[in-house]
Design a protein around this ligand. Structure first.
Ligand SMILES: Cc1cc2nc3c(=O)[nH]c(=O)nc-3n(C[C@H](O)[C@H](O)[C@H](O)COP(=O)(O)OP(=O)(O)OC[C@H]3O[C@@H](n4cnc5c(N)ncnc54)[C@H](O)[C@@H]3O)c2cc1C
Length: 392
């Protein structure tokens, strides 16, 4: 199993050799912390400004990580992935919304994307983010068990209505809806909302999925608690398992308020916690469906080993593997080639709206030790394999 992802012709089947060379240049740039940091700063500062030519440069730099500026443009990426057995879910990039009309628009967009997904066979999931439906401070207040003012109660009801509308459309159209996890300070409130939605919509299968961040010390405890409730009340538990994307921010918040950090003390503890969650879910597939959102090669191999051990078929529709577009493609494509269920997170939207998302991807690639090196090694390996195959 160690060499599961090594040297497969399927790893980068969707990329031309020219594209692979471009990717090597891009990842090399990202592997230099200085250049990367400067680029990210510039992008965050000036990314929204429409300098002539600047957006073209951004497009060239970031094309592997997004599918286009419109839904129509993203269709070719979805089709190209599906040629290799890789499914997609589309996300319209919106990072910061603050008005009720923006929240309504976001909700409308999620509904449109669910309807769009239902028209193709290649998009089994849709996705939404709690803060795209309402103010973060409302989630935080509920989280901290503070009471809401009359006006806030109206806003909170609107948030629930937005979620319910999307879930209803998802159920009607046979598309599953993944709810992202964000900051810890709003997670208990989000869990409560999503559990209520599962109670209502996950009666005969998982339509709504909550996300559990396993870098959280209490991640596995909460997961088991949710599962106990689902078992007791007789509904299906949909879960996306991720390590978690807000580590630095959470640590800073905890430090600022003199609190214990909610994050595992070390990377290896997070890894153990992730493995334990995968193992738990696989043991309880009778009423759990799970999406493994990770670029970690070892976690993916561990998951495959567990599937073998528990005699779960690769294409069991209760287990999906998921990576972001442009990241760890070799994992997605090899898994799909071996008949595992794989779904790529495919963002699209106007470049100025995509900037925060792309900046986070660039930061992640720079910050995560080994991620860029790993990508580079795989890309170079594939170029070498192709050269040898062509007798060069
Ligand atoms: C399809 C998909 C959907 C996602 N959805 C969400 C989401 O809804 N919410 C969300 O928060 N994130 C989400 N993420 C991001 C995810 O949480 C991770 O940040 C990212 O995938 C990197 O983790 P990894 O498992 O790929 O692998 P790795 O590269 O092995 O792990 C890196 C991660 O390990 C953890 N870590 C690193 N160093 C330490 C340390 N010193 N101590 C403790 N822990 C450490 C951090 O979580 C870090 O992000 C998603 C990722 C994917 C692929």
């Amino acid at each position: 199993m160690r060499d599961f992802f090594n040297n497969h012709s399927s790893s980068f089947a969707h990329r031309s050799t020219k594209e692979l060379k471009q990717l090597v240049r891009l990842f090399r740039l990202m592997s230099s912390p200085r250049i990367s940091k400067l680029g990210i700063q510039l992008m965050k500062r000036f990314g929204h400004i429409k300098f002539p030519g600047f957006q073209t440069i951004q497009r060239l730099l970031f094309y592997p990580f997004y599918a286009g500026t419109t839904l129509q443009e993203s269709e070719s990426t979805v089709a190209s992935l599906s040629n290799y057995g890789v499914y997609s879910y589309l996300n319209y990039a919106i990072e910061d919304s603050s008005t009720e009309s923006e929240f309504d628009k976001n909700c409308e967009m999620v509904q449109n994307l669910i309807i769009h997904a239902a028209k193709t066979n290649n998009i089994p999931f849709s996705v939404c983010k709690p803060t795209s439906f309402g103010h973060k401070h409302l989630f935080q207040k509920i989280n901290a068990k503070h009471s809401l003012s009359a006006e806030e109660q109206v806003s909170w009801k609107r948030i629930i209505d937005r979620f319910r509308c999307c879930c209803q459309i998802a159920l009607q159209h046979g598309v599953a809806l993944l709810v992202d996890a964000e900051e810890y300070s709003m997670q208990i409130a989000t869990d409560q909302v999503v559990m209520d939605l599962m109670r209502e919509f996950n009666i005969s299968k998982a339509v709504v999925y909550n996300t559990v961040q396993l870098y959280l010390v209490d991640g596995n405890r909460r997961l088991k608690q949710m599962h106990n409730i689902a078992t007791k009340e007789g509904f299906y538990l949909g879960l996306k398992l991720v390590r978690g994307a807000y580590m630095e921010k959470e640590r800073k918040i905890a430090q600022k308020h003199g609190l214990f950090s909610p994050i595992c003390a070390s990377k290896s503890e997070t890894d153990k916690s992730y493995y334990a969650a995968v193992d738990y879910c696989f043991k309880h597939l009778v009423n759990i469906a799970v999406v493994l959102g990770s670029h970690n090669e070892e976690s993916m191999v561990q998951a495959i080993n567990l599937m073998d051990q528990y005699e779960i078929k690769p294409n069991d529709d209760r287990i999906w593997f998921s990576q972001l577009l442009g990241m760890s493609d070799y994992i997605s494509f090899v898994l799909a080639d071996k008949r595992y269920n794989v779904v790529k997170f495919v963002p699209f939207g106007p470049m100025d709206k995509l900037i925060p998302y792309l900046a986070r991807r660039a930061e992640e690639n720079t910050a995560i030790a080994g991620q860029t090196t790993r990508e580079l090694m795989r890309l170079r390996g594939e170029l070498k394999r192709r050269a040898l195959a062509n007798g060069q």
